[in-house]
Design a protein around this ligand. Structure first.
Ligand SMILES: NC(=O)C1=CN([C@@H]2O[C@H](COP(=O)(O)OP(=O)(O)OC[C@H]3O[C@@H](n4cnc5c(N)ncnc54)[C@H](O)[C@@H]3O)[C@@H](O)[C@H]2O)[C@@H](O)CC1
Ligand SMILES: Nc1ncnc2c1ncn2[C@@H]1O[C@H](COP(=O)(O)OP(=O)(O)O)[C@@H](O)[C@H]1O
Ligand SMILES: [Mg+2]
Length: 271
């Protein structure tokens, strides 16, 4: 198992070429936010925008459209219950499904059946819980699972108390793609390789921290490429920003971490 360091962030985040346009930095589609969990989709979308995705669209319950625009005018929005969801999936570089999705199995299956092998699919939150329960068909895409320990229990069948790098590696190998097994010391499994994140603290133990990470992972894969390094850098950056804020803040709120992303990325792009 390789222990991550700040070097992964310096390696992945590079200065931007100047003769570029927003399309060069990827299109991220966030699918989530039912009428009760709209904040999760807004948090994930905010993280994706502030982490540098070229364009961000949110497919979410219509209850969330006005609140989303009020907080994040940079994002576009569509009603996840309408037919243009499939068009939005086809236009995306990366699809992040799950933050606040709740029990919307229909939307999960519609999205899974529309994602293609050329795309990246981040499966987070309720989408993990729904997949674990119903096992819908998965696309041939570059898949990144981001379960917390309870979601990993549901997906892997390993009780939280029995989740170790060894047991989780065996379970992760049975899934397509990358598994980001979130915990106090998040471990990432990619093929036969495994990595551990050495940073992060209990200041992250607040609702929305995982929604934030899902958005950062989406944005990093969209703009830096669908390589495991993009996901590793996102995991490290999320915790590293929190650790820096935690020097003076008892809990590091998703919105506080998100606000730091542009400055953090500017510093590391030039290292
Ligand atoms: N502001 C919002 O709208 C928020 C919405 N959220 C969404 O709520 C939906 C449900 O996700 P939740 O994670 O809240 O609920 P889950 O039911 O998936 O998991 C949390 C439950 O598992 C238990 N648990 C035990 N050990 C745990 C561990 N080590 N890590 C995490 N949970 C552990 C918790 O006590 C809790 O009862 C997701 O779609 C998520 O994205 C959450 O992200 C919180 C914030
Ligand atoms: N005590 C802790 N130490 C380090 N990281 C933590 C701790 N508690 C939570 N985290 C991190 O915060 C995030 C929580 O994810 P998740 O439970 O999915 O949040 P939510 O679904 O509420 O957005 C994960 O990245 C996890 O690694
Ligand atoms: Mg979560």
């Amino acid at each position: 198992m390789q222990i991550l360091s700040e070097a992964i962030v310096d390696q992945v985040i590079q200065p931007r070429q100047q003769a570029t346009h927003k399309g060069d930095f990827g299109r991220v589609l966030i699918v989530g936010g039912n009428a009760h969990f709209g904040g999760a989709a807004i948090i994930a979308a905010s993280a994706a925008v502030y982490a540098g995705a070229g364009l961000v669209t949110v497919a979410t319950d219509s209850h969330n459209h006005a609140p989303l625009h009020a907080r994040l005018p940079e994002a576009m929005v569509i009603d996840s219950q309408r037919s243009d969801l499939i068009d939005a999936v086809h236009q995306a570089t990366v699809v992040v499904i799950g933050p606040g999705l709740g029990d919307d199995e229909v939307t999960l299956e519609r999205v899974l059946s529309a994602v293609t092998a050329q795309q990246t699919l981040v499966i987070d939150g309720s989408a993990i819980t729904l997949y674990a329960a119903n096992q819908p068909a998965l696309p041939q895409a570059h898949i990144i699972w981001t379960p917390h320990q309870m979601e990993w229990q549901r997906l892997s069948g390993i009780a939280i108390a029995d989740q170790t790098p060894e047991t989780s590696a065996i379970a992760a190998a049975k899934l397509p793609g990358i598994v980001v097994a979130k915990s106090h010391r998040t471990t990432i499994f990619a093929g036969t390789d495994s990595y551990q994140n050495p940073v992060g603290s209990a200041a992250l133990a607040t609702g929305g921290s995982g929604d934030t990470l899902a958005g950062i992972i989406g944005a990093f894969n969209a703009q830096f490429g669908a390589h495991v390094t993009s996901t590793l850098a996102a995991v490290y950056a999320h915790s590293d920003i929190s650790d820096q804020l935690a020097k003076t803040q008892f809990v590091t709120l998703p919105t506080a971490i998100i606000a730091q992303l542009p400055q953090y990325m500017a510093i590391h792009a030039n290292k």
